[in-house]
Design a binder for this molecule. Structure first.
Ligand SMILES: Nc1ncnc2c1ncn2[C@@H]1O[C@H](COP(=O)(O)OP(=O)(O)OP(=O)(O)O)[C@@H](O)[C@H]1O
Ligand code: SF4
Ligand SMILES: [Mg+2]
Length: 362
């Protein structure tokens, strides 16, 4: 069986990407001759899967570990524990000699294309280099033709073949980085805040390009962003990260319409909506959270739930035990003691429960 067929048959058997119980620690930086500080536990037991042709969106506030998950998949950081499989292959065990083949399978599109694109190269080289490296097609007319087709796919005309990064706008440069990622025909593209720096209208154009590309090429995406609305628009499935844990994950619409973790609810309650009644409800809900409490340091995590000091419905068990991931009603998973201990939710959603609790507290 050829490599390509073998890869496809393996992918058909299970998820394209399978991250299981991933832990990533960074050594703490101490003073010379001082005691060694504890490690920064940036990712703590994260598990999720992405099927071929699907988009998994990762959201969470700054420092929650989203980029560290991405960097672990891209093999840019050492992992402390866990496994990462791509079409069945453990990517943490890829020998150096197979690195080129791995780079072909997973590509990244990052926030700042200006720093990630070589300023001294025209688009034909920026996008064409990967074609030469992975398919052996040397610079010339044939390669330009292939680059031209990729430029069509990302909505840029062929005039851009001659352009240097500094001759393009932010949105155009981001389209070039998407074309560069696509050029090697990867199985997975990791887009880490790829559209965050763009103006809203340009952002939605670039997102439409990503959606169209997925439809036509079938590449899977791990889409990381702060903006919850953007993530919902792009993703089939969503994972919500808080302080190194994936506290909730599942079908995007299911989570947005019926969040089961108080932190997810807090994030959704901060999305402005035009309806004044709904907006007032969201504001009241937001106020029930301790909005001034600082999240704990990832170098000094609490023994229980990391969200405990901000959660309006925290219980004793929340201060003592890390909640395990359990099935959520939207079909995904949630890590919150409310679903296993404490008061019976009795058919109430977490939103209704928090709203009611908040009323009794005031
Ligand atoms: N190389 C490193 N050395 C030490 N600590 C690090 C390193 N990289 C990340 N961290 C820490 O790990 C935690 C997670 O960082 P990460 O960049 O993954 O978060 P993020 O969710 O991507 O945040 P943002 O939304 O701001 O991009 C943070 O506390 C960060 O300070
Ligand atoms: S485990 Fe407890 S503290 Fe954490 S989110 Fe759930 S209810 Fe709140
Ligand atoms: Mg990041």
């Amino acid at each position: 069986m050829s490599d390509e067929l073998l890869l496809r048959s393996r992918a058909a058997e299970g998820p394209l990407l399978e991250v299981q119980d991933l832990h990533v620690h960074f050594a703490g930086r101490g003073r010379l001759f001082g005691p060694t500080p504890p490690p920064v536990k940036a990712v703590n037991g994260v598990s999720f899967t992405i099927d071929a042709q699907r988009t998994f969106g990762l959201v969470g506030e700054s420092g929650s570990g989203k980029s560290t998950v991405a960097r672990a998949i891209l093999q840019l950081v050492d992992i402390h524990a866990g496994t990462i499989r791509l079409a069945g292959d453990d990517v943490t065990k890829v020998p150096r000699r197979d690195e080129l083949a791995f780079r072909k399978r997973v590509q990244a599109v990052l926030q700042d294309p200006f720093s990630s694109l070589n300023q001294t190269h025209q688009t034909r080289t920026i996008v064409g280099d990967g074609i030469t490296r992975h398919f052996g097609l040397k610079a010339g007319e044939q390669r330009d033709e292939r680059v031209g087709r990729l430029l069509d796919d990302v909505g840029l005309s062929r005039e851009y073949l001659d352009r240097y990064p500094y001759e393009m706008s932010g949105g155009q440069r981001q389209r070039v980085s998407i074309a560069r990622a696509l050029a090697v025909e990867p199985q997975l593209i990791i887009a880490d805040e790829a559209t965050s720096a763009l103006d809203v209208s340009i952002q939605s154009q670039v997102i439409n390009v990503l959606r169209e590309i997925q439809r036509s090429s079938g590449v899977a995406f791990l889409f990381i962003a702060h903006d919850l609305e953007v993530v919902r628009h792009v993703s089939d499935d969503v994972g919500v990260m808080y302080l190194g844990s994936l506290v909730e994950q599942g079908d995007a619409d299911g989570i947005y319409e019926g969040p089961t973790h108080p932190y997810t609810e807090m994030l959704i309650a901060s999305i402005p909506v035009p309806n004044p009644t709904v907006q007032a409800g969201r504001r009241a809900l937001r106020q029930s959270f301790d909005n001034d409490a600082e999240p704990p340091s990832p170098a000094n995590l609490p023994p229980g739930c990391p969200f405990e000091n901000r959660c309006p419905v925290a219980m004793d068990i929340c201060r003592e035990e890390v909640p395990a991931a359990v099935a959520a009603h939207h079909g995904g998973r949630v890590q919150c003691h409310l679903h296993t201990s404490g008061p019976e939710l009795g058919g109430e959603s977490v939103v209704e429960f928090i709203t009611k609790e908040a009323r009794t507290l005031t």
